[in-house]
Design a protein around this ligand. Structure first.
Ligand code: PLP
Length: 382
């Protein structure tokens, strides 16, 4: 493959994470809940990983619950809420949440208790919109993602948090796409935060939920008393150690990367707009992640673009990896009121920390080449 442009779906393992995983697996493979000395040492290094992660996120270590990833973290949150929400209580989530927020909220609480907060034409939840929902619907919890997985649009979550605070409402942010791409030390001020290791160079199947209180109950998994009775099951210490190592290794470079990569991405967008009249970039006027471009191509089905680009050696996506193949591949473009016909032309590219100018420019050239083949009729199904 010439270049990978699907970093929002998943990332390759960071070398520091790989090293940390190997060391942890060789040296600390014991069960941290067992009682002999070696297990006690595993428990100690696990707690140290918790402290380091809490530090990176500006949270208290007792609030960190290790999970198998963002999907589990979000289900954990709503499973917990399902126990304490009064029968007439509700939660408010944005219309552009990842399915593991939207579907988890509906499944655990019932569809009728999940209110949707609309986004503006750029895909942003305007604070004024949230304020109105807080006043009218009085939700017990608001959940708005920090950065969108499809469009990369950033939400003003600090403002959302302040508004919720002023009304005594708890605030959750799914920060799976923010963490590892942007400075994250302020996230711990939210009541609940979701993160996932494989989005920032850790291994798959590891993540966390930052909880509001250290002693909250989360009855998602029934079993042992691990994670202070909040998440049953033996902790994946090597995976956790690798996740923390990955975040420690990328955090110092994020400010510089954000500036350089955003410039490369913008030059790619410019080139695409020059080459493809009518191409629309979703959320173009909103603050966005430095790595993501969600485009509605002027012509041709997204699967045709994807297949052509794959043949040219580029991995791209048709929106979110989680909704690929399902009707309406882009939740975001749907939320913006696009037609079915437009939805079929949505393509997402997402670069990484080390994507080069050459790769961005080669990608634009590959789109041009693919477009010429498709315009010429291409071979069907290829
Ligand atoms: N939330 C967001 C915003 C995501 O982008 C993803 C991944 O696609 C998830 C949640 C699910 O993450 P995981 O694969 O760790 O369950």
């Amino acid at each position: 493959m010439s270049a990978y442009f699907d970093y929002n779906a998943t990332t390759p393992l960071n070398p520091a994470a790989r090293e940390a995983w190997l060391k942890a697996s060789e040296k600390h493979w014991y069960n941290p809940s067992s009682l002999y000395r070696e297990a006690g040492m595993t428990s100690q290094v696990l707690e140290s990983a918790r402290e380091r992660l809490a530090d990176l996120l500006g949270a208290e270590p007792e609030r960190v619950i290790f999970t198998s990833g963002a999907t589990e973290s979000n289900n954990t949150l709503f499973a917990g809420l399902s126990r304490c929400l009064p029968p007439d209580g509700c939660v408010a989530i944005s219309t552009i949440e990842h399915p593991c927020v939207r579907e988890a909220a509906r499944a655990w609480l019932g569809r009728g208790r999940v209110i949707e907060i609309p986004v503006d034409t750029q895909g942003v939840v305007q604070p004024a919109t949230l304020k109105q929902i807080l006043e009218v619907n009085k939700p017990a919890l608001v959940s708005i993602m920090a950065a969108n997985n499809e469009s990369g649009v950033l939400q003003p979550w600090q403002e959302h948090l302040q508004l919720c605070r002023s009304q005594g409402v708890r605030f959750h942010t799914d920060a799976a796409q923010w963490i590892g791409k942007l400075e994250s030390t302020a996230l711990g001020s939210c009541d609940y935060v979701t993160g996932s290791a494989h989005k920032f160079g850790g291994s798959k199947g590891v993540g966390f939920l930052i909880a509001a209180d250290a002693d909250e109950a989360f009855p998602l998994l029934h079993g042992g008393p691990q994670e202070q009775n909040r998440r049953a099951g033996t902790e994946n210490y090597p995976g956790i150690e690798a996740m923390v190592a990955a975040l420690e290794s990328v955090t110092p470079m994020l400010t510089e990367v954000a500036v350089n990569q955003a410039a490369m991405r913008d030059r790619f967008i410019h080139e695409m707009q020059v080459r493809f009249a009518g191409l629309r970039v979703i959320g173009e006027r909103a603050p966005r992640l430095w790595n993501t471009v969600l485009m509605v191509m002027p012509q041709h089905d997204n699967l045709k673009w994807l297949t052509r680009l794959t043949r040219l050696g580029f991995a791209i996506s048709t929106g979110s990896a989680c909704s690929t193949g399902k009707e309406g591949s882009s939740v975001v473009v749907q939320a913006l009121g696009a037609s079915w016909e437009e939805l079929r032309r949505v393509v997402r590219v997402s670069g990484g920390l080390q994507t080069t100018e050459q790769e961005w420019q080669d990608l634009a050239a590959a789109f041009v080449e693919a477009g010429q083949t498709l315009d010429a009729g291409g071979r069907p199904g290829i």
